[in-house]
Design a protein around this ligand. Structure first.
Ligand SMILES: N[C@@H](CCC(=O)N[C@@H](CS)C(=O)NCC(=O)O)C(=O)O
Length: 108
């Protein structure tokens, strides 16, 4: 029952981490330009976050889009909710609301 196990694992990761990024590669070595841009944005903000490298977790890469209803990576979750991918994260940063969102998630 790999599918159920994977879904449960994802739900646990999202529930346990106030800020979690599903990405390709790692924050130190992103393996996709979209993931790289989100990592660089999060680095500018300086708030802690968890991450999952979906290239190293193929079951999560396959299952998460069905759970989140979001087809691509990166995917940023804050307080259990999908914020979005690269375009949305960069948009929130340029309008100035991402910092406060992450600060309040980590403070809660
Ligand atoms: N416009 C998207 C770009 C992300 C994107 O197109 N990601 C692709 C290439 S990295 C992807 O995840 N494809 C599905 C997959 O590789 O599993 C965003 O804002 O995040």
């Amino acid at each position: 029952m790999q599918v159920l196990d994977t879904a449960a694992r994802i739900n646990q990761q999202i529930a346990e981490n106030p800020v979690i990024l599903y990405m390709k590669g790692t924050p130190e070595a992103p393996e996709c330009g979209f993931s790289r841009q989100v990592v660089e944005t999060l680095k500018q903000i300086g708030q802690p976050y968890a991450f999952v490298n979906v290239l190293a977790a193929p079951h999560i890469r396959e299952k998460l889009p069905q759970i989140s209803q979001w087809p691509t990576f990166p995917q940023l979750f804050v307080k259990g909710e999908l914020v979005g991918g690269c375009d949305i994260v960069l948009g929130l940063h340029s309008e100035g609301s991402l910092k406060e969102l992450l600060e309040s998630a980590n403070a809660a």
